[in-house]
Design a protein around this ligand. Structure first.
Ligand code: ADP
Ligand code: ASP
Ligand code: MG
Length: 419
């Protein structure tokens, strides 16, 4: 049962049940003064119903992108430590402005940066993982009946340096607080009113899902559906955080993310695409045992994550090995391949950035054959060439040309009748 129904019933019975609710607001939800007041109203209404509220905010509008552009004007390879100092300032602006709006409405409120809120992270900059949240300060402020506003996307490492959690990381800040404080609900307010069967900006016929399982959402988020930061879903699953995605602008019900969704006839829950991929190929390596091990163990030792792998059948005693990595790792992966080219006896190293990974996700495919066939037929009929394929229990991904990716999403979405 949803929390507001519980609230309504308890209100009717005259029983006041105090819940802790974490509400996260993304960049578009706080982009200007009017939107900030809109958010302040959501938070204060929740508080006025007798709940404790922690609000987590992102930087306003495109602030994070603008800060990156400013950094590039000064130094294109600025250190990741200084980038984190710069980028964390975006969330600090939002949190104080929102606190001022709440203050002006006559409610008790305090804003906290990531470190004030107790976020301890690993030392890696720009993509730090949360190790722990010291909840003492948060709890003290809630005990004083303050509305607490926390800057998302940031923490502090063991050297007392500011870290950030990776793009889109404010979702993870919110879920981490909900997990650490055992909140009753974590609401992710954004600019769409829920999780759709595909990005509604690319597939206009996409349909909003009432609910989705953690596993399906984790796959979708990891495969490019950036409506949620994938680590937020991972954490929600691990700590069983009740989570929903909804719009800060409409009152429409959102999408619940939970362990088990009610049995639906839907075979496929959604289609996603990821353009942050590069394909690398080692051409003409000798066809004998141990080559793949040498290539991939070297990449692994440099902490390069390899995604789809394809090895051609040997011909004339030689074969090709292709794989994908995220674009940030392209340069480093190319250098490694060039270094081992001679020792593995490869003829050539090539790479291609004009690729996109398009995937379908759904727990239903485990027990239903024919999903891959439907997907490949849709692409074939649309004359879209598949260069690589990878599958797991609940997803199928294909690598195609970048220019075909939006069309591919639409034809696949149609083929599974997701509208
Ligand atoms: P916020 O700033 O609130 O964190 P994001 O831009 O990170 O918002 O995420 C919301 C966006 O995610 C939507 O505007 C939408 O274009 C995109 N998106 C991608 N895939 C999906 C999907 N399956 N369902 C809904 N939105 C999606
Ligand atoms: N402001 C950060 C970003 O744009 C974090 C977030 O919005 O979640 O990536
Ligand atoms: Mg986001």
């Amino acid at each position: 049962m949803r929390w507001y129904i519980i609230m309504k019933i308890t209100k009717k019975l005259g029983v006041r049940q105090m819940s802790l609710i974490v509400q996260k607001f993304g960049g578009t939800s706080v982009k200007d003064a009017q939107r900030i007041f809109n958010v302040a109203k959501i938070i204060t209404d929740t508080y006025a119903q007798g709940n404790s509220v922690v609000a987590v905010v992102s930087a306003q509008g495109d602030t994070t992108d603008d800060l990156i552009a400013k950094a590039n004007e000064i130094n294109k390879s600025g250190s990741s430590r200084e980038m984190d100092v710069l980028l964390s300032s975006g969330e600090q602006i939002s949190m104080s402005l929102l606190a001022m709006a709440v203050e002006s409405m006559g409610f008790p409120v305090i804003s906290l940066t990531g470190w004030q809120a107790g976020f301890l992270t690993q030392s890696t900059h720009q993509n730090a993982r949360i190790k722990k949240i010291n909840t003492e300060r948060l709890q003290n402020e809630l005990d004083k009946r303050n509305i607490v506003i926390v800057a998302g996307f940031q923490g502090i490492n063991r050297y007392d340096d500011i870290t950030t959690l990776g793009r889109g990381g404010s979702d993870t800040s919110a879920v981490a607080i909900a997990a650490a404080m055992k909140a009753d609900l974590c609401q992710i307010y954004t600019d769409v009113d829920g999780v759709y069967t595909a990005d509604p900006r690319i597939v206009p016929t996409a349909r909003k899902l009432d609910e989705i399982t953690y596993d399906e959402m984790l796959e979708l988020a990891s495969l490019g559906a950036n409506v949620l930061h994938n680590r937020s879903v991972e954490m929600a699953k691990k700590y069983n955080v009740k989570m929903e995605v909804l719009s800060s602008l409409t009152k429409a019900p959102g999408t619940e993310i939970k362990e088990v969704a009610k049995v639906e006839k839907m075979l496929i829950k959604g289609v996603a695409r990821d353009n942050d991929v590069t394909r690398l190929s080692i051409i003409g390596v000798p066809d004998y045992p141990g080559i793949a091990f040498k290539v991939f163990s070297t990449l692994a030792s440099e902490k390069i994550n390899v995604d789809i792998i394809l090895q051609s059948i040997g011909r004339n005693g030689r074969k090709d090995i292709s794989f994908t990595v995220c674009r940030a790792h392209k340069g480093q992966a190319m250098r490694i391949l060039e270094d081992i080219k001679e020792s593995v006896g490869a003829e050539e190293i090539t790479c291609d950035d004009n690729v996109s990974k398009v995937s379908v996700v759904g727990a239903g495919m485990q027990s239903n054959p024919g999903v891959a066939a439907t997907m490949f037929q849709a692409l074939g009929d649309a004359n879209i060439n598949i260069s690589m394929i990878s599958t797991s229990e609940i997803k199928i991904s294909v690598l195609i040309h970048l220019d075909d990716s939006e069309r591919a999403m639409r034809v696949i979405h149609d083929a599974f009748e997701l509208h």
